[in-house]
Design a protein around this ligand. Sequence first.
Ligand SMILES: [Zn+2]
Length: 114
Amino acid sequence: MPTFASRSGTQRHGYSHDRIRQWRTDRRNAGLPWSYEGFLQEPGFCMHCRAAGTFIAGICWSDVRGASKYMEIESPGVPMGIAELLEREGPRASDWENTYLACAACAGTGRAIP
Ligand SMILES: [Zn+2]
């Protein structure tokens, strides 16, 4: 069942963008590997969802007449992705909101399961 909880992967675990940038800069300056993937692996984040614990499952919005619309992303019969849908419907839509599903690889925790 999709939910409406929006979360930034590493931020939900207390890692700000500045903290990640500093980690990468320190590693690069030390001549060590400094990839974002390396950062995710060090504290044991899930590589499948990149620490988010969720994936965008669909989009809800209201059209110009106020009718509620819902479209699942990347499901059979859906011909477009989020960017295309936003381009087509976004300018006339209101109440635009993503829905999410838990990552199956980490059971929604964002942490790699050993
Ligand atoms: Zn995951």
